[in-house]
Design a protein around this ligand. Sequence first.
Ligand SMILES: [Zn+2]
Length: 332
Amino acid sequence: MKSSFWGDYLSRNYVVGVDLGGTKILTAVADRQGSVLSRVRVATGADLGQDHVINEIVTSVAVALREAGVSTEAVAAAGIGVPGPLDPQTGVVYLAPNLGWQNLSLGEILGSRLKLPVYVDNDANLAALGECVYGAGQSADNLVYITVSTGVGGGLILGGKIYHGFSGGAGEIGHITLAADGPRCGCGNLGCLEALASGTAIAKRAVALVAEGRGLGILSRAGGDRGGVSARVVAAAASNGDGEAILIMRDAGRYLGMAVAGILNLLNPSVVVLGGGVMQSGSILWEAMLETTRRCALSSALQEVSIVRAALGEEAGVMGALALALEKSQGV
Ligand SMILES: [Zn+2]
């Protein structure tokens, strides 16, 4: 039998979602059907310190509620995505390098400031949940989300729930080793997917090529400015038919395909969603990824899997935070 406390929360018809990023905070209010009533975007101001960021979150929630015409008393729960490892049970953020945070009891602090049950999870996990429930994921029970931008991140939905692993570290797809002697990754290892297929990796390879006096098509796309060589420039040169740029994009796609094939063989998901800026960089990388996935994955895992582009863009995290708050506030 439900206690009166939870009975009270069940009668509350709205949820709040927050996606806390290194540079911006996205906040939204939705009803129990998941319809978004308001969205607020503010700068994180991480350099102004922890208290400032927490105040910004609290204020952005108040503004989002006001814009939605919803009172705190009508909110069942808030979900929040944080960039870094954390304990989703206790809401303690172990480390958030972009925010300069260490061992912060964020769930507890926000719970008392917002006067709401607050559920904390990793931002990539929530982006996976957001795409699953509201985006390209078709509400699949078993879904893998991969985001390729400056880094490579990911999240796993297994059996309809975010899969955290034993100590919360699951889903670090970017740090799967794919080349034993490959380039150095930010994590210290050699040959991680992130060091081979991220936007940073693509740009690095092009910069090295240009430094050797090659990659003239790429350099001209950057307006002749070596400092302007980026993944976006390489992708544009590739789309324009530049052979060296095509090779770089194809190689990044092949490594992604190897990772996707490994994930299919290991987890047999029904949907793989790929998002992030690099995945929107034209068809060369995408086709190379698909071709390699088909070649490397076992046919049992390939059958009927949908490999699709993400649908929510930068909204994935905040939508996932709303989905988490909804899930946690149902059936308690
Ligand atoms: Zn790594």
